[in-house]
Design a protein around this ligand. Structure first.
Ligand SMILES: Cc1cc2nc3c(=O)[nH]c(=O)nc-3n(C[C@H](O)[C@H](O)[C@H](O)COP(=O)(O)OP(=O)(O)OC[C@H]3O[C@@H](n4cnc5c(N)ncnc54)[C@H](O)[C@@H]3O)c2cc1C
Length: 329
């Protein structure tokens, strides 16, 4: 079975992995010159189905709870399984209660446990919710790691505009082009993020700081880097991060720990999340085309399961040769 996947975001790469490991011949065509700059590149990389349940359907938890296992098996050493810590300033304690009522899979912890888990947050918060089973990856390293592995598995990559016109007749086309997919009803949800660098604080896990208007998370990465995200704006504009968003994200990071005030601002980034009206992802088939889209805020969390479902559909699908053979019998 020959499959051509369009789009080398997390949807396309996880599908390529699933297909290649199950014996398909795969080409990935990406209109950018390399794997960088797409929505997946800007992600936090959190595999946090219990926290996400605060605003997401039960399906996000049921489809996402095995995501960390999928990433661990695909890319050994990339998954950090240290959980998620959710905190709120004393004046927003009600937010912590509200978050707890809408979620599960956490234990409530006191100031001593917060200090044991995250020594640099000692004395800053009286209580927190600790989501023990959650995990995270560095999305950029994970995507580049997948690409490297896929090449070893024999997957062909074609980059750049010309590559989109590459000849060759696959049995199946898989559209994983995110917002460029013409599916009706797909909308963009703009997410702005920052990357800060400081050696004055270290964190072992993503920390979410609740706030009634600007909730944020800080995800630690190697090299003293911290991803701070993210805005949620009903817009598909990919233009630069606004000053207001930078201010709000920095204010929130500073509220988590003043050391972030002295951090270097390494990068501001924008990604537009592809989403359907129900904010749930879809795998759809239309003739010889399969589409994975609508991953919204859950690309790293839900792409493995979407890739599994799409691969089942694709490998259950007869090739053109098989159909022609049957027609002649
Ligand atoms: C700031 C931010 C933080 C996030 N944090 C998280 C998180 O912590 N955890 C999580 O699970 N999710 C997170 N997400 C959500 C996640 O990033 C998205 O759900 C995911 O990136 C969508 O992946 P995709 O592959 O569908 O789209 P994309 O990553 O946009 O990939 C689509 C690719 O298709 C290519 N393309 C387009 N048209 C063509 C064409 N005609 N031919 C070939 N290639 C084409 C594009 O260049 C692009 O590379 C976050 C998103 C943002 C913006």
């Amino acid at each position: 079975m020959k499959v051509r996947i369009r789009g080398a975001g997390v949807a396309g790469l996880t599908l390529a992995h699933e297909l290649a490991t199950r014996g398909a011949s795969v080409t990935v065509v990406e209109e950018r010159k390399q794997i960088a700059g797409n929505a997946s590149w800007q992600a936090g990389g959190m595999l946090a189905p219990w926290c996400e349940r605060e605003s997401a359907e039960e399906m996000v938890l049921s489809l996402g709870r095995d995501a960390a296992d999928w990433w661990s098996a695909a890319l050994p050493g990339h998954v950090m399984r240290n959980g998620t810590l959710v905190v709120a300033p004393a004046r927003d304690a009600g937010e912590l209660d509200r978050f707890g009522r809408r979620t599960s899979g956490f234990r409530e912890v006191d100031a001593d446990t917060i200090a044991a888990l995250e020594p640099d947050l000692e004395g800053r918060f009286g209580r927190a919710l600790f989501f023990t089973e959650e995990a995270h990856v560095d999305p950029r390293k994970a995507m580049l790691g997948l690409q490297q592995k896929l090449v070893q598995l024999g997957v062909r990559f074609e980059f750049g505009y010309g590559a989109v016109l590459a000849p060759g007749e696959p049995d199946i086309e898989a559209d994983c082009t995110g917002l460029a997919d013409p599916s009706p009803g797909l909308r963009g949800v703009r997410g702005e993020m920052l990357i800060l660098r400081t050696s004055d604080i270290s964190l072992a896990r993503p920390v979410r700081l609740l706030h009634p208007r600007v909730p944020v998370y800080v995800v630690p990465r190697s090299g003293n880097l911290f991803m701070v995200g993210a805005t949620m704006l009903e817009s598909d504009v990919t233009g630069p991060t606004t000053a207001r968003s930078v201010m709000e994200l920095l204010n929130a990071a500073y509220a988590l720990h003043p050391a972030f005030g002295e951090a270097e601002l390494i990068e501001t980034g924008v990604g537009v999340r592809p989403a359907f009206a129900d904010n749930l992802p879809r795998v759809e088939r239309d003739g010889n085309t399969i589409r994975i889209n609508g991953l919204y805020r859950h690309g790293f969390l839900l792409a493995p399961e979407m890739a599994r479902q799409a691969t089942d559909m694709i490998l259950g699908h007869k090739t053109k040769k098989e159909l022609a053979h049957e027609a002649h019998r």
